[in-house]
Write a protein that binds this ligand. Structure first.
Ligand SMILES: C[S@@+](CC[C@H](N)C(=O)[O-])C[C@H]1O[C@@H](n2cnc3c(N)ncnc32)[C@H](O)[C@@H]1O
Length: 268
């Protein structure tokens, strides 16, 4: 099942590859949850899912606790009259000002489907600033929301930095990490998800944590671009490499193959 949110770097198309490499365990931990495409398509008894984006985690908690009634409320905001620029900007302002977490979650799902390319971007003051997307009829992900709701009953969602989540892992856990990509070249930097970026130092810190957990008997799998830098920081892992077709520009004209890898940190 697809996630109900559009999300930069979403792994829906790679799920089969990832699934084939994930070991069995009592609980799956995802410290970079994003839209949850891996969580939704694998089978573990329990899940611990976190992300540093508080708006994102709030949406998942609202679906989990609000249930079918919450989903029906989201449906109402997808009516045709709300698909015009003036209304979009009004609702975007409301999103940036409201302190009502349920309303904020409804507006986040609206903005994700009505905003440009499903982007999630904030200005320096933390205001969501993605422009209107001009879609003829934005898709309401009803089935996807219901599927998520059902599966969320086995999950815990938390706002956290990846290091906090990973340091809390215990034996029996399996960790899948999908950090913002290392840039393929220094000019192609798409890593600015929450406004604070994810620099190379953090990529190194993540690789070090993976080694620490592997040595404790906790397997860690990391997704990333396949570059000299990632090969170097993941040198103690087993590497599975492949090419992925990516639509780089918004009109899909600039279609490129990008080399990706999965680094498997697991004791033999
Ligand atoms: C590539 S996306 C994950 C995509 C996800 N696997 C999916 O399929 O939708 C990376 C995620 O890392 C989150 N992130 C960025 N910096 C982080 C940090 N320091 N700690 C935890 N999460 C972080 C972003 O908010 C973003 O959702």
């Amino acid at each position: 099942m697809k996630p109900f949110l559009k999300w930069a770097g979403g792994k829906y198309r790679l799920v089969d590859k990832i699934k084939a490499l994930l070991p069995e365990g009592k609980r799956l931990i995802e410290p970079f949850m994003g839209s949850g495409s891996v969580f939704l398509n694998v089978d573990y008894p329990e899940y611990f899912l976190s992300d540093s984006n508080p708006d994102l985690i709030n949406v998942f908690q609202q679906v989990q606790h609000g249930g079918v009634i919450f989903i029906d409320e989201v449906k109402e905001i997808f009516e045709l009259k709300n698909n015009q620029a003036a209304v979009f900007y009004e609702l975007r302002n409301e999103f940036n000002e409201t302190t009502d977490l349920k309303r904020k979650a409804i507006l986040f799902i609206y903005l994700n489907r009505h905003g440009f390319n499903g982007l999630c971007r904030y200005n320096s003051k933390g205001g969501f600033n993605v422009p209107f997307g001009r879609y003829t009829k934005p898709y309401f992900p009803e089935q996807e929301l219901h599927f998520f709701l059902k599966k969320s009953q086995m999950a815990t969602f938390e706002i956290a930095d990846f290091s906090t989540t990973m340091n809390n892992a215990k034996l029996g856990d399996v960790i899948y990490c999908d950090p913002p990509y290392v840039p393929l070249t220094t000019t192609a930097n798409f890593t600015n998800y929450t406004g604070d970026g994810f620099d190379l130092k953090k990529q190194e810190q993540l690789a070090e944590l993976a080694i620490k957990l592997m040595n404790k008997g906790i397997p860690v799998i990391i997704s990333n671009h396949d570059t000299d830098f990632t090969r170097n920081i993941y040198h103690s892992a087993k590497i599975s490499a492949f090419d992925v077709q990516r639509f780089i520009s918004s009109d899909g004209a600039n279609r490129n193959k990008s080399p990706e890898l999965l680094a498997i940190f697991q004791q033999k």
